[in-house]
Design a protein. Structure first.
Length: 319
């Protein structure tokens, strides 16, 4: 009997509208064996929706949590054509109720996932005891014309820093994933911090994305002495690119190099995809920087439910 993962592999092969982070190949690279998918079919055997999730097991208990470097997971629905408003609600309610019933059958003691911004109807989860928190990312919704994007940037960002950076830095695409990870880890250690994911996982994601022509490391170097200034790992599909990991050498934090690399990367990707997602943060400084690019504020839902009282206290403390 074919299991859900194998069915989902074929579903992804046939459906490019499934967002990148929910794709079979991505989940394999980011999670290894620790992921699965629930499938919802209508009475005629047609696929209505999927629920893609990463999990961990602690003391025999199931926790459904975000995967490493994976901005979104959870539900994705396949809407029939020509639905009326009423029939759309009916379709969504039936599909979500089925998926939620399947989730409940897994008996997770902890559930917390960020849903893709296209999945903006979460009321059936609320009816079943789940909570929702609105979070935000920032996106360029159309990257086909870089000049339009430059004109949308803040005046301060477009002025001398960017012009000076163009003269002082060169873009390269030859940094190895191992060097990227090691350099970023070393930078965090120098600040008393620790990278939150393993080198093995990062290399797995990079390998899978680059082999598919859907991932690249970009770096800016100082033309005067060859010093490294900033590096960025980006992944993409035909709909959107994602600013997955970026790190900046402290000496170049105010040099304009980080703005320049975003501009050059977006220009490079303009023929490959439609949008650019900054993978926005709720951290004030990061959000303000994304705003200065003129990127569009885009809400998405974090859906959660915790049944274990100890985990409830732990989650409240982390917040």
């Amino acid at each position: 009997m074919i299991d859900n993962k194998e069915k989902y592999r074929e579903i992804c092969r046939q459906n490019s509208t499934i967002p990148l982070f929910l794709q079979y190949w991505w989940m394999e690279a980011a999670c290894g064996p620790d992921w699965n998918v629930l499938l919802s079919y209508d009475n005629n055997g047609l696929l209505r929706g999927v629920f893609v999730y990463h999990y961990v097991k602690k003391f025999g208990q199931l926790l459904i949590v975000p995967a490493t470097l994976t901005q979104y997971s959870g539900t994705f629905l396949f809407y029939p054509d020509n639905l009326t408003v009423e029939s759309r609600y009916s379709f969504e309610n039936e599909t979500y109720n089925d998926l939620i019933w399947q989730i409940e059958s897994l008996k997770p003691v902890f559930f917390e996932l960020n849903f893709h911004y296209s999945q903006n109807y979460w009321q059936p989860f609320y009816w079943n005891g789940y909570s929702q928190t609105t979070r935000y990312t920032y996106r360029f919704e159309d990257i086909s014309d870089i000049e339009v994007l430059l004109n949308g940037m803040s005046h301060r960002k477009r002025q001398k820093p960017l012009a000076k950076a163009k003269e002082g830095f060169e873009l390269r695409m030859d940094m190895t994933p191992s060097a990227f990870y090691d350099s970023y880890s070393a930078q965090l250690r120098s600040k008393g911090q620790k990278i939150s994911y393993s080198k093995e996982t990062f290399l797995s994601i990079h390998k899978a994305a680059s082999e598919r022509g859907q991932g690249q490391i970009f770096s800016m170097y100082d033309k005067s002495d060859g010093s490294h200034a900033v590096s960025l790992f980006v992944v993409w599909d035909s709909h959107s690119a994602y600013n997955l990991v970026i790190y900046i050498d402290e000496a170049y934090r105010s040099s304009g190099a980080s703005t320049l690399i975003i501009c050059e990367v977006v220009k490079y990707l303009s023929a490959k995809t439609e949008c650019y997602d900054f993978e926005g943060s709720m951290i004030k400084g990061v959000a303000l920087k994304n705003q200065s690019f003129g990127a569009v504020l885009t809400p998405f839902s974090q859906i959660s439910r915790i049944s274990n009282p100890i985990l409830k206290v732990w989650r409240a403390f982390k917040r």
